[in-house]
Design a protein around this ligand. Structure first.
Ligand code: CP
Length: 313
């Protein structure tokens, strides 16, 4: 089966085979890192635009490096210095970029569904780099790739997501993809940070982290997103740290080969201690490295519609 999509908007609507095709495509791009010349001609003559309405270190830089390694021309639109601040709508901004023959638009937006709106209105391939609390599909895929690289399987693997599940688009993308691939997914955190009814997605819920950690093969720690909280959802950061921080002592009671992941950015000393973040169990930097190869694979696999004004080659 071929991968036949224009856009990558989320992992909810990809089937298991499509996720497997993406993961299987990553390895050759990762092996490019080992070469002295880290470039392939795959996207020569193509234009990739990044359009980030929210801050980013990893995702935006990773997409830029991925696109440049595939020989694309890359434009990073500085949203705060663009006509967006004069009131230009998302669709008009997208159509303006399309009129400049952008082939790929990579968008991060605080509004759920913003990438979907662009995808329905443009011929360019649209990639969701994080929309509101909804999805962050490339982070989900790089997490899956890293898990498979280390554990060699998904079937019955116990993956625990810890912390602010309610506000986490990373958690949603991980849950959609991991459950399809056959993993046993659980979440742990304070009741106020766990969405009601999440069990319907095939996820087990723990409110006690020590209990949840006992059987986990992988633990993915999520950032407490204080900036997205409209009301105080736990009594104090101090209490959160006491109950839910992944500390050296807690890790000592988990399986000795448990994989510790974090999508970043980390709040060291809040959801994860520095000792754990820098421990031999942690693969946080490997996640970042894999992110480039995963994004190269996605740029390679997606198929923008032919631009109506272009001459054929
Ligand atoms: N993981 C992630 O999305 O990080 P950035 O916000 O730095 O892109």
């Amino acid at each position: 089966m071929l991968f036949n999509r224009k856009d990558l908007l989320g992992l909810e609507f990809l089937d298991k085979k499509e996720i497997q095709i993406i993961l299987d495509s990553v390895k050759p791009f990762k092996s490019l890192f080992m070469r002295s010349v880290k470039k392939a001609p795959t996207l020569v003559g193509k234009t990739v635009v990044t359009l980030f309405y929210e801050p980013s270190t990893r995702t935006r830089t990773s997409f830029e490096i991925a696109a440049k390694r595939l020989s694309a021309d890359v434009v990073n639109l500085a949203v705060n210095a663009s006509s967006v601040v004069k009131g230009e709508s998302l669709i008009d901004t997208g159509k303006t970029l399309a009129a400049m023959n952008a082939d790929y638009i990579i968008i991060r937006h605080s509004m759920t569904g913003a990438p979907d709106i662009l995808a329905r209105n443009l011929d360019a391939s649209v990639i969701n780099a994080g929309d509101g609390f909804h999805e962050h599909p490339t982070q989900g895929l790089l997490d899956l790739y890293t898990i498979f690289e280390k554990k060699k399987k998904f079937e019955n693997l116990k993956v625990l997501l810890v912390g602010d599940i309610l506000h986490s688009r990373v958690a949603k993308s991980n849950i959609w993809a991991l459950t399809k691939m056959g993993a046993d997914v659980a979440v742990a955190g304070p009741p106020t940070l766990i969405p009601q009814g999440i069990e319907k997605l095939g996820v087990k819920v723990f409110y006690n982290l020590d209990e949840a950690l006992k059987t986990a093969d992988v633990v993915n720690i999520l950032r407490i997103q204080l900036e997205r909280q409209k009301e105080n959802l736990f009594p104090s950061v101090h209490e959160y740290v006491e109950l839910y921080q992944l500390t050296k002592d807690r890790l000592a009671k988990a399986k000795s080969n448990v994989l510790v992941m974090h999508p970043g950015p980390m709040n060291r000393g809040i959801e994860i201690s520095s000792e754990v973040a820098d421990s031999v169990n942690a693969v946080i930097n490997e996640q970042v490295t894999n992110g480039i190869a995963v994004r190269m694979a996605i740029l390679f696999l997606l198929k923008p519609k032919a631009n109506k004004n272009a001459y054929s080659d």
